[in-house]
Design a protein around this ligand. Sequence first.
Ligand code: PLP
Length: 370
Amino acid sequence: MTPSDNHFLALAAPGITGLTPYVPGKPVSELERELGISGSIKLASNENPLGPGPLARVAIAACLNELGRYPDGGGFELRRVLAEHLGVSPQSITLGNGSNDVLDLVARVFLQPGTESLFSEHAFAVYPIATQAVGATPRVASARAYGHDLEAMAALVSDRTRVVWIANPNNPTGTWLRSDALQAFVDSLPETCLVVVDEAYTEYVDEPEFPDASRWIGTYPNLIVTRTFSKAHGLAALRIGYALSDPRVADLLNRVRQPFNVNSLAQAAAAAAIGDRDHVRASVALNSAGMAQLTAAFDAMGLDYIPSVGNFVAVDLGRPAAPLNEVLLRLGVIVRPIANYGLPNHLRVSIGLPEENARFIAALGQALTA
Ligand SMILES: Cc1ncc(COP(=O)(O)O)c(C=O)c1O
């Protein structure tokens, strides 16, 4: 076969060739290699700047002698611990290689060509990718004040809609839905339609009206709630998340799950992390202080931002953010431009350590006056 003999490329599934790939935050090592600089900081992937807590670190170290063996494919112990912690049955839990993995499982099980999934403008970028990867059609509802407009979403539900994706709070906007509004929406959906409530950032939210959708699992067999250990638990590198659902839905998701999708370190670390309330508390407190630090600086600089309940905030620079982002990169500060989310004037910055936040603020001030 010669290099020009590439007809097979055109044979890829149309959904795959048509999709826009996920753009991850630029790694520090890549930036430093490209620019020949050192000492850069990354506030681009909504990670926990404290990393894992002490209990998770001990659990990880205890696994090292067993790394020659496959993990427990059923995640028995982790599901037992999670079930106890969350007050659900182990049969309602599906483990994933990050919660991204369970989002993909949902798409593989419930979407196919001829069906639709529905999400909001500015919603998490994985929803269209998971949808198109299986040949289904994404439908996008207009946002209201950067957040989910549940009325606009309800208006797009059709007899082809099989999955509705809702991030609560949403990434990259940090907007959130109140309990009564979200439950009324879930309640209104036809039984031919699943709803995924993606609670990746739930631990950070301190709002009395914020829902814990896992409480509704017993009421709505078409509800799936996803959570992750990548954010408040500081285990992003290990890739571990999970879905909570009706056990019959979990059974379907588990049929297509790779047998060893969650590695042993992740299982052990997550089982320890879920009980480490002190670490989550410290992470959330650091986040609140960092959010106040950043938003006070934005106010002082006269910049608007989208009020966020997550561990990140999208700031409106009032002009295209891409050139300013280039200046920030040269100053060794990696944040996230979000033009691909329909927000070309915004940069999303993840809350870091106080000194990292201060460095970002100083660099932003420099970039704005450059
Ligand atoms: C809303 C939302 N859901 C899910 C994820 C996936 O995270 P992970 O695969 O690390 O669990 C992210 C990651 O940024 C996210 O922002």
